[in-house]
Design a protein around this ligand. Structure first.
Ligand code: ARG
Length: 459
């Protein structure tokens, strides 16, 4: 039977299927670099306690760097019979490379703390990367909003035509959700960055190891405050999965809009060939698969969030192997979010925007609120003006004309306050520019929104 790290008290060999069932190296090998970083810091802390000599420390550090190089170059040879996870694999290899000094490295340390260190270091780096990609997406959104500023489109509620808005304003509505995701990420990163190193298997470290030094050496923001909690703590994974779930909901809603807007029935936008695929049967088809995949993958991330939280919810105190179930969803979620953000960016950067189609979809009845507002400006209470404008819409429907085509005398019959200047109200551009309070769809408000995105992403 192969020598397992913890095999001392065992007489029987592990079942083959059980070994495969238990092993995590097949996926936690992505943590190799973080694991080695953690071990180098650990070795330095052992040196401070004089558990290692200077010579042993040097041997361990250069051995670990060699192991890291083997992973990097794809030369690390996994022992499929004994390498259970990234921690045991690295320690086993270190022993082969440097001999007995390797046996001192794990003094006072547990894999329970080690896995927490590795996952947090890795996740922190990945989240920095995601923040950068998210900023790129926001930059593209802002640039496109600037580019298409003059284009007007129908704004919808309940998917029914409501009021005219700028296409840019619609785009920025999605970007605004993403700004929230970027801001939330800062808080998540802070909580990911708590260092469990030095908590032992559950009870703490008996050698007086310098936890502050180790946290600082590894670039953590804080020291995890409770050893029992630290080895049990995957809240940072839950938070990442939940953060990602909401982000994916946002990308999915944007995708849904674009899928709808790219139908022939709307024709507002066209997804570039680079982000579309065809049909094996119907030669004419061009499908927005990029966006459909994003919409679909949102469900995948949400499922992982709820799945892992279910694994977590009834765990007894401190470390239990169930916690290993946090690793795969974390890795998969980061990969999925990264891909979806980058694909969304590509889709937006290459999107063909059909302003004429959007303009053609604007109808005069979408200015009924503006008609009501016209009378408000003449002192009529809004509840009455709403009623009057409603009567005008009904009258136009009966006469089979648009509300702008009703003659002034017909309008005057409904309210004597209508004057010839009501004609100015039937102007989509004017309607949009009236909405100039902050956050509205006027060009000034839209430009201010663009500026605030630019400020956020330059931080
Ligand atoms: N692969 C394990 C995990 O992800 C590492 C910790 C193992 N610890 C233990 N006592 N078996 O949780």
């Amino acid at each position: 039977a192969p020598a397992l790290l913890w095999g001392g008290r065992f007489t029987g060999a592990i079942d083959d299927l059980m070994f495969q069932f238990n092993e995590s190296l097949s996926f936690d090998k992505v943590l190799y670099k973080a694991d080695i970083q953690g071990s180098i810091t650990w070795a330095k802390a052992l040196r401070k306690l004089e558990i290692l000599s200077n010579e042993e420390l040097d041997q361990i550090i250069s051995g670990l760097k060699q192991v890291e190089k083997e992973w990097e170059e794809g030369k690390f040879v996994i022992d499929t019979k004994s390498d259970e996870d990234i921690h045991t694999a690295n320690e086993r290899r270190l022993g082969e490379l440097i001999g007995s000094a390797a046996g001192k490295l794990h003094t006072g340390r547990s894999r329970n703390e080690q896995v927490g260190v590795d996952m947090r270091l890795w996740a922190g780096e990945q989240l920095n990367e995601l923040a950068a990609i998210l900023k790129d997406l926001l930059r593209v959104s802002a640039a496109q909003a600037k580019e298409y500023l003059p284009i007007l489109m129908p704004g919808y509620t309940h998917l029914q035509r409501a009021q005219p808005v700028r296409f840019s304003h619609w785009l920025l509505s999605h970007a605004t959700f993403l700004m929230g995701d970027l801001q939330r990420l800062e808080g998540v990163k802070e909580r990911v960055s708590a260092c469990p190193l030095g908590v032992g298997a559950l009870a703490g470290n008996p050698f007086g190891i310098d936890r502050e030094f180790m946290a600082k050496d590894l670039g953590f923001a804080s020291v995890h405050p409770n050893s029992l909690c630290a080895v049990a703590d995957r809240d940072f994974v839950v938070e990442i999965l939940q953060w990602a779930s909401l982000l994916m909901a946002h990308l999915s809603r944007l995708s849904e809009d674009l899928i709808l807007f790219s139908t022939a029935e709307f024709g507002f936008v066209q997804v570039a060939d680079a982000y579309s695929t065809g049909s094996s049967l119907m030669p004419q088809k061009k499908n927005p698969d990029s966006l459909e995949l994003i919409r679909g993958k949102a469900g995948r991330v949400m499922g992982q969030a709820s799945g892992f939280l279910s694994s977590l919810k009834s765990l007894p105190t401190s470390y239990n192997k169930d916690l290993q179930e946090s690793v795969e969803p974390l890795i998969d979620c980061i990969k999925t979010v990264s891909q979806c953000l980058r694909i969304t960016q590509g889709v937006l950067a290459t999107l063909k925007v059909n302003g004429d189609k959007m303009k053609a979809a604007l109808t005069d009845d979408m200015l009924a609120t503006d008609v009501a507002d016209y009378l408000v400006r003449k002192g009529v209470p809004f509840r009455q003006t709403h009623h009057i404008a409603g009567a005008i819409v009904r009258k136009a429907e009966e006469a089979r004309v648009s509300i702008s085509e009703l003659p002034l005398d017909v309008l005057k019959e409904i309210s004597p306050l209508f004057e010839a200047d009501i004609a100015q109200v039937f102007d989509f551009e004017r309607s949009v520019e009236k909405r100039s309070a902050s956050g509205g769809t006027s060009s000034g408000s839209v430009l201010a929104q663009i500026a605030s995105i630019e400020t956020l992403v330059s931080k």
